[in-house]
Structure formats: C-alpha cells, structure tokens
Design a protein. Structure first.
Length: 442
C-alpha cells in the first residue's frame, strides 16, 4: 500500500498531490452536506500522461480511484467513501484550441464551465450549457453526469454538445477520440459510453465541444400562471409562435419566489402574487403573450434578476432548512397530473411537508422537492415519488445521475437485461473495479 502511494506521488510530482487533511477536507463534503468521504491521498495530475500513470498504478495495485471536478455533483458520485485515491482535475484547465470557423472548442476536463462559456463569448460564439453551479462545475464533471440545465430545450443535454473526447482507461491507456467531426459513422460511438458514466468507465481528460452562433435578440419573461396545466399549454403556444426556438422554459412555484426573496433578497417583480410562474427565454415572443400580466426584461440587468429568482432556488431551499429532493422526468403532457398525484401521495405520508416543485419543465424535468421538519422519511418519500414516476413512464434521475444516492434503486426500476448490459460494459472496461467503485451499479 505505502509503495503504491509513493509511486502515485512520484507519478504526479510534488505539486500534484496532497496528504494534508485540511486541504483534502472540503473535497470530501458534497454541496448539500449529505455525504462525507475519507481518503489519505489527493492526486492532482496536470496532464493526460499523468492521469494515465496514476490509473496504471491504481489498476496494477488494485487501488480504487474517484475522479472529481468541481465537487458540485448532487448524488455523491465524486466522494471517496472507502479511502480511495481522490483524483482531482483542478490542474487540467487549459483551453487547448478554439476554432471560430469550425465552431468548436477543445477544453481540458478541469476547465470550469463558466470559463468555457466566456472563451466562446470572447469569440462571439455561444457554449449553451448553463447550470446554476457553472462558476464551480467542470467540463469533465458536466460530461460525466451528462448535465442538463436551462438550455436543454433548444440545445440538448451535455452529450449533444460533444464532438470528441479524450479518455484515460482503467489500465492507463489513452483513448484518443478527440475528433471535431460532425459526421463520423465508423462503428460504435465510443465517446458516448463515457458521457453520463459518472467516472465508472474511464477518466475524461479533454473534450471537443460544439459552439453555436450567439442569439442576437433574446426575450426573457416571467409569466404568472394559474397551474401547471397552464404552463404546458403556454409552452406549446410559445414554441408554435417561435418556430420551436425557445431556449428555456422553467416552472417556478410561488413558494419558490417567497423563499428566494426571504433568504437571498430582492423585490417581487410582479404586482400580484400568482400560484405558479414560467420563466421563459427565446427569440422575441412578446406578441404571442397577448394581455398576460408578464414581466419582460428590458435590460440585461433585469434579465439577470429574473434568472436569479430561478437560479437561487436551491440555495434558498438550503437556507430554509431540511428538504427532500427528487430530480425526475416524466413525459411532458403528464406533468400536471404527475404533480397532483405525487404531491398528494407525499402529503399523505408527511403532512407537514411543503411542496417546492420547480424545474426545467420544457424538458419534462422537475425538481420535485419538499421542505420538511427533518429528513427521517427520506427513503420512504423517495420510494413514493419514484414509484409514481415509473407509473407515469418517467425516470428517477433526469439530470443529476445515480452516484450512490440512487444506486440501489436501479435494481427496482431497470430491467434485468438493461442491468446485465451495464455490468458487461463495466466488466469489459474496468475488470479490476478500480474506477469509482460502488457508484452507479449496485
Ligand atoms: C446549485 C446547483 C445547481 C445545479 N444545477 C444543475 C442543473 O441545472 N443541471 C444539472 O444537470 N446539474 C446541476 N447541478 C449538479 C452538478 O452541478 C452537475 O452534476 C455538474 O455537471 C457536476 O460537475 P462537477 O465538475 O462539479 O463534477 P463533480 O461533482 O466533481 O463530479 C460529478 C461526477 O462526475 C465524475 N467526474 C468528474 N470529473 C470527471 C472526469 N474528468 N472524468 C470522469 N468522471 C468525472 C465524478 O466521479 C462524479 O461521479 C447543480 C448543482 C448545484 C450545486
């Protein structure tokens, strides 16, 4: 063991590791405070070759290794629970290339999402992936969780934004798939295997990402609604009016606005409260709103303020106290009925729970959350919610992944055959089970 650790330290050099408990401690806690890990060694390779050497040593000596980017993951995937080596990509932050005409950027895995968005903006282009955690989360983490966020409606999930990938396999071999082609039908699309795999099949070291023209005219509006049925009708109406070009359609409940105003501050942008709101962004759609009592951002500052209401929801919930959270998706048309049915079922089990349902409703994705006095009924409530989700033909993880949080539920909701294929892939790519052991697969 000590021989393996000293080989790892040699592989990354003096700047590339830490054994200092104070340096390591913040990386062992996840954002919600739900999970706490332990490790004696943090490695911070600076190059793909160093990642390769680290994995080769771990594979040879049977040491588990947990990749970590910005540590904003919400399902515990980035936390070493069993003393595994923690591999942080924090030193791999180079933008290797940006091709304006070809509209792509090649970024290393540890690049913070905001910095990639900024590099695109500096070239008058857009990298559309956008999450409330964008100031901390990294491209490697975004791809490993197949992140979603606010602009999926128009641009798709993270996997839709990838042209090529560089991955280090469990045995240290570098799989160079870093192509920038839009068309390449030469057999299996291997890069897609590693996207959404949460670090269990390989370590992503760099990615070629698609860039897009920047939208020249953007309308952002907060629109009051009577209920979620009205949200689904409005979405269809505005997609029709814009030729399907809306970039975002977010549902926010009144309690969400109240929590943000209470804990984060600011003023209510609308004169009268409404039970629900849609935060909508896209090419100009004012004419299609008719006489709805909407707030339309007139300046960039107003636009930022409207988005603050949505993006501060998680933080406001955290400040309000304990909560139970579920990141689910159901077919779009089923959203109102799902909200009614699942809310009633949870309230029957925990009458003091306060529903705070919000989310990327344009993608059928709800953060189906509840403020609760304490989290003692977490598992029971998750079971109620997820069972309801599957009756509606939905998914218990729309965008956050499986990690450890939902690992055991895979057996309940996936077929034997689907699980068997997942295990075959894991066995083929990581026979020693060194890559993020205990995550995703039960
Ligand atoms: C306030 C807040 C808002 C959020 N909003 C959204 C949202 O709207 N949509 C959404 O999808 N998510 C959201 N998230 C969740 C989180 O930000 C995303 O999952 C993000 O993609 C994780 O990136 P990260 O760099 O922090 O990854 P980490 O948390 O460090 O890791 C996440 C997973 O990826 C693996 N991993 C990390 N880097 C690599 C790599 N280089 N190679 C292989 N595996 C790797 C880890 O092992 C782990 O399993 C939010 C989180 C917070 C705190």
């Amino acid at each position: 063991m000590s021989d393996a650790l000293s080989r790892l330290k040699d592989a990354v050099g003096p700047k590339g590791f830490s054994e200092d408990p104070h340096t390591i401690a913040p990386l062992l806690e996840e954002w919600r405070g739900t999970y706490h890990g332990r490790t004696s060694l943090l490695v911070m390779p600076a190059t793909t070759q160093e990642v390769s050497r680290v994995l080769a040593i771990c594979n040879e000596t049977g040491l588990g290794v947990v990749p970590q980017g910005g540590n904003t993951g919400l399902v515990g995937g980035q936390i070493p629970f069993d003393g595994e080596v923690l591999l942080s990509t924090r030193r791999m932050t180079r933008i290797r290339a940006l091709d304006k005409e070809g509209a792509h950027v090649i970024a290393e895995a540890g690049s913070v999402l905001y910095n990639v968005q900024k590099a695109a903006e500096d070239a008058d282009l857009l990298f559309p992936l956008s999450l409330a955690s964008e100031g901390s989360c990294t491209i490697g983490g975004n791809l490993s969780t197949n992140a979603g966020g606010a602009n999926v409606l128009r641009y798709g999930m993270a996997r839709a934004l990838v042209l090529g990938l560089e991955v280090v396999l469990a045995d240290g071999r570098v799989l160079d798939l870093l192509r920038t082609l839009h068309k390449d039908n030469t057999g299996y699309d291997l890069k897609q295997l590693f996207i959404g795999a949460e670090g269990t099949l390989g370590v992503i070291t760099a990615a070629a990402l698609k860039l897009f023209p920047r939208p020249r005219q953007v309308t952002t509006a907060l629109i009051p609604l009577a209920d979620p049925d009205a949200a689904i009708a409005l979405l269809a109406h505005l997609q029709d009016a814009t030729g399907g070009l809306l970039t975002a359609f977010e549902l926010i409940p009144r309690i969400g606005i109240d929590l943000v105003l209470k804990h984060i501050g600011g003023a209510d942008p609308l004169r009268a409260p409404a039970p629900w709101y849609a935060l909508v962004e896209g090419p100009p759609f004012e004419d299609a709103l008719g006489d709805a009592d909407a707030v339309i951002a007139q300046t960039e500052a107003q636009r930022v303020n409207l988005w603050r209401l949505r993006e501060s929801l998680s933080e406001a919930q955290k400040l309000e106290g304990p909560s139970l959270k579920h990141d689910i998706s159901v077919p779009l048309a089923a959203i109102p009925e799902f909200i009614r049915e699942a809310t009633a079922a949870v309230l029957a089990a925990v009458p003091q729970a306060r529903p705070v349902t919000f989310g990327h409703v344009g993608d059928g994705n709800l953060h189906f959350n509840f403020q609760v006095p304490d989290t003692s009924r977490r598992d029971a409530v998750a079971r109620i919610v997820h069972d309801t989700v599957y009756r509606f033909h939905g998914s218990m993880s729309a965008e956050h992944g499986i990690g450890v949080m939902k690992r055991d539920d895979l057996v309940r909701y996936k077929s034997e055959t689907e699980l068997a294929v997942m295990r075959m892939l894991k066995q083929a790519l990581d026979p020693g089970n060194i890559l993020n052991p205990g995550k995703v697969l039960p």
